[in-house]
Design a protein around this ligand. Structure first.
Ligand SMILES: [Ca+2]
Length: 256
């Protein structure tokens, strides 16, 4: 898929700005995370971390669908939508990190080869709409030894219930080593989840121009063990009720 650095999808079926990493957006994310941190401090240590919300995080089970089915109607959830990827066993000197399969991403001859999974997070809407929820997304990346300086990213974005992108996103990016024995994690951490988020869009990608081997031949990049979690705090109102109840108990316990 092509993107004018960091804002892509000329080929995308709808105007989903799959990634925007301009300065103000990053600043906004930073400010939001700061606010979330304060809220966390005042609401004690009752923040809850979800389990892994991704389906088939290790690319072992599901067949891949086209990215078109994820980014446009029918907006499939819980399935990886790819451009030019396959699920494979070992390739060259690279073996899957977990299980027996991994994602193998091949160039689409545009800017980046991308694979997406859309996750319905409406079950968390109460916590999300307090504005204090955060998301963490990560995956393991690896390339064969003849690819030097491969650039890969893990990206998390947010859509409302009508599948419209919301302002705010998170990205982790790394230039990988050329050791096929090492799987390197890339993470987008503590990303503020915008109010009205109904779907989280998790994405892994490789920058095609960085995937040439020493002979100038484009090589696949591999991904395994992806993870997406949400961290939520109790709603302030319910915390207040809890605090009042606790105070009442203390008073009752006081000797007369
Ligand atoms: Ca490696």
């Amino acid at each position: 898929m092509s993107f004018t650095f960091l804002s892509f999808s000329s080929r995308s079926p709808k105007n989903h700005n799959a990634t925007r990493f301009n300065g103000p957006a990053n600043l906004l994310v930073g400010l939001s995370v700061g606010v979330a941190a304060i809220a966390f401090t005042t609401s004690t240590s009752r923040a809850a971390v979800s389990g892994n919300l991704l389906t088939d995080p290790g690319f072992e089970i599901n067949p891949l669908t086209s990215y078109v089915n994820v980014l446009a109607s029918p907006y499939l959830t819980n399935v990886w939508g790819d451009e030019v990827s396959t699920i494979s066993g070992p390739v060259g000197a690279v073996s899957p990190s977990g299980g027996v399969k991994m994602l193998s991403m091949t160039t689409d001859n545009l800017v980046a080869t991308q694979t997406f999974q859309l996750v319905d997070v409406s079950a968390f809407s109460g916590a999300i709409n307090t504005g204090t929820a955060t998301a963490d997304m990560s995956a393991l990346f690896n390339v064969d030894k003849n690819v030097a300086g491969a650039k890969a990213e893990a990206v998390v974005q947010f859509w409302d219930s009508s599948h419209n992108p919301l302002v705010g996103s998170g990205t982790g990016l790394l230039t990988l080593d050329s050791n096929p024995a090492t799987w390197e994690p890339i993470s987008a951490t503590s990303v503020s989840v915008p109010v009205n988020t109904n779907y989280v869009l998790a994405q892994v990608l490789y920058i095609n121009s960085t995937m040439n081997d020493s002979a100038g031949v484009n090589q696949p990049g591999f991904v395994d063990d992806a993870k997406l979690t949400l961290t939520t705090s109790p709603e302030p109102a319910s915390l207040g009720i809890f605090a009042i109840a606790a105070l009442g108990m203390l008073r009752r316990r006081r000797p007369s």
